[in-house]
Design a protein around this ligand. Structure first.
Ligand code: ATP
Length: 606
């Protein structure tokens, strides 16, 4: 339950809605409990007036609510049982309407509040997800992240809405009805309420089982979501390796686990409701039996009216009491879900703005000083005492075998990870002294694994840049050598890419991604193997454009290909996290058995 304390800030925010909601529940239940008193009285009235020639029964020793008392006073001045019955029917209808009206207002306040909290909470979780660093995303599966922001938030809503409503309803209805029952006959009340402790015990035991089972269900649902999400994302691989059946088997296994636990829960719940109905039935039976005995023996001032009144009270208690279990399990599930949400919300992103961080305009004098980077989860040392100095305005290329640390270098420059040792600075400022947003806004990055949003090509290129013009988008696409191809699509720049639209080729995606980087027009550009999927002709077209575009910019181009038409000031070769060769193209070709020279010869032959 302590996990739910995280919701207090929302309850405070919506305190007026909550306060009014509780008030409406109280009012609706108040009008609800007046009905049995009036029904009891009218039965006694009819009974008495039939026996004593139209005389009203005495109310001595019987206490009624103030409103009912007023009505009874008025009734005693009336003549004719038929008129009294008619008046009582009208009053009962009015009471039912008042009850319904306040029930409506109760839902309008408490349930609406729960929807508002759900909305706020989803935004809070999403915002927090956005702030978390790359390591967090490595450690947690997408299915799990999705599950928490959807399923867990929904379960918490069941607490902030229905559960709170049921609890307030339960407390007020029990409070009101037990109060009036006690006033009427304490003995009969005790007998009628006798099955309640048994009910509470059953509810407790069953709820423990429901809670355990719910936890199992939630876990298997997470596994199932992850499983399904990976199959959709990797559908091309699955199909090309004809792994559909294997994936289906895997999904069916996970699904079977979910089915078993869900069916288990349904069985427990199936037992639960009949037992409650049985115990409530027992209360009704006790009311009629003991109330009947009192009436026969003429004791306790009990007549048929009181018996009917008690039967209505007992039935009135049926739903709220049977909802105890449901409500308790809602609260337990919400607590478990909020615990899962808190686990993520309590994670502090490792990469954050330091208090002294500033918004510095960057030109691109980049220094890696003795940088060692070890990935925390794998323990792999990707850079080892790595040194590199790139002067502002230089264009450098980085070569190296796969896994030599090239992408890691880019990740560190963007502060996706902070190195364990050493310093990285731009224009003399340590990366940690530069505001994260300022740093990332001033570096255009084209990643190795291109990602485009399911949106139009236009929006993908313009992404994030508020005031770009159409001409700028077209020019960026021209520079990236993809403008002509975009114009060939029927919808041109309005073509939707991805799941809902056209699937772009690998090379087209890379070039749209380059156009997206170019449009930012930053001083520093970081291209990670971003021309690997284009043919030689397109490559020389793009590198030709880039030669002009990159003038006066600092560019780091990570690649496995030697571009004939792109002039680099210096070239570096990495191996196992250190620089093993550096110099100009000509200098590197002079290194006997050098990696670069060998690559050049190999590509020349090709
Ligand atoms: N997020 C990560 N978590 C753990 N280990 C990683 C991570 N990213 C890379 N590594 C490891 O760090 C080493 C360097 O990887 P990196 O991606 O920097 O190589 P690379 O030179 O860019 O390779 P490629 O040319 O194939 O892209 C590799 O051994 C890799 O397995």
């Amino acid at each position: 339950m302590k996990h739910l304390r995280a919701l207090n800030k929302y309850f405070w925010k919506y305190r007026w809605r909550l306060g009014f909601g509780v008030f409406f529940v109280v009012l609706s239940n108040y009008f609800n409990v007046l009905a049995p008193q009036l029904t009891g009285y009218v039965i006694d009235y009819v009974n008495h007036s039939l026996q004593f020639n139209g005389a009203a029964p005495s109310t001595d020793g019987k206490s009624y609510d103030i409103l009912i008392k007023q009505l009874i006073n008025y009734i005693t001045t009336m003549s004719g049982a038929w008129n009294v019955v008619l008046l009582c029917v009208v009053v009962l209808i009015i009471l039912a309407l008042l009850k319904a009206f306040f029930l409506f207002l109760m839902r309008q306040t408490i349930i609406v509040m729960s929807r508002l909290i759900e909305y706020d909470q989803k935004n809070e979780v999403y915002k927090h997800y956005q702030q978390l660093d790359a390591l967090f995303y490595k450690r947690n599966s997408t299915g799990d992240l999705m599950n928490r922001i959807t399923e867990d938030v929904s379960r918490v809503r069941m607490f902030t809405g229905p559960a709170i409503m049921y609890v307030v309803n339960l407390v007020t209805i029990i409070g009101f009805s037990v109060f009036f029952m006690f006033q009427r006959s304490p003995e009969l009340t005790l007998y009628v309420l006798l099955p309640l402790p048994v009910l509470a015990a059953i509810i407790y035991v069953v709820n423990q089982r429901i809670h355990k089972q719910s936890e199992v269900i939630q876990e298997s649902l997470s596994a199932l979501t992850t499983n399904a999400q990976e199959s959709y994302a990797g559908i091309r691989v699955i199909k090309s390796f004809t792994q559909e059946n294997t994936m289906l088997r895997f999904f069916t296994q996970n699904s079977e686990k979910y089915r078993q636990s869900a069916v288990g829960l349904a069985k427990i719940e199936a037992l639960y409701f009949p037992s409650i109905t049985l115990l409530i039935g027992l209360s009704t039976l006790l009311t009629i039996m003991i109330g009947g005995l009192y009436y026969i023996h003429g004791t306790h001032n009990i007549g048929p009216g009181t018996i009917v009144e008690f039967v209505i009270y007992v039935n009135m208690l049926t739903f709220p009491v049977s909802a105890i279990g449901l409500t308790a399990s809602m609260i337990q599930r919400a607590a478990a879900s909020q615990k899962r949400l808190n686990e993520f919300l309590d994670i502090k992103p490792a990469i954050v703005d330091q208090p002294m961080a500033r918004d510095i305009p960057l030109h691109g004098d980049i220094i890696f000083n003795n940088v060692t980077m070890q990935y925390p989860d794998t323990g792999i040392q990707a850079l080892k005492h790595f040194n590199l100095h790139i002067k502002a305005g230089e264009k450098i290329a980085i070569f190296g075998r796969t896994g030599s640390g090239k992408t890691t270098l880019a990740q560190i420059l963007l502060r996706m990870y902070d190195p364990q040792e050493g310093h990285v600075s731009i224009d003399g400022a340590d990366l940690r002294e530069i505001k994260l947003a300022a740093l990332r806004q001033q570096i255009s990055y084209v990643p190795q694994d291109v990602f485009l949003f399911s949106d139009t090509i236009y929006n993908n290129i313009a992404s994030g840049e508020a005031d770009v013009t159409e001409e700028q988008v077209h020019e960026a696409a021209r520079q990236a050598g993809v403008h002509e191809e975009i114009l060939r699509f029927p919808q041109q720049y309005q073509t939707v890419v991805g799941e809902r639209g056209v699937t772009l080729s690998g090379g087209q995606k890379q070039r749209v991604s380059i156009a997206r980087a170019i449009i930012k027009n930053p001083h520093i550009l970081l291209f990670d193997d971003c021309l690997s999927a284009v043919d030689a002709k397109t490559e020389s077209l793009i590198t030709g454009h880039l030669n002009n575009y990159l003038q006066n910019k600092t560019a780091i181009i990570i690649t496995h290909r030697i571009f004939a038409s792109l002039q680099f000031d210096r070239i570096f070769v990495l191996d196992e996290g250190v620089v093993i060769e550096q110099g100009t193209h000509e200098e590197l070709l002079q290194i006997p058995d050098g990696y670069y020279a060998a690559l050049y010869q190999q590509q020349k032959k090709g």
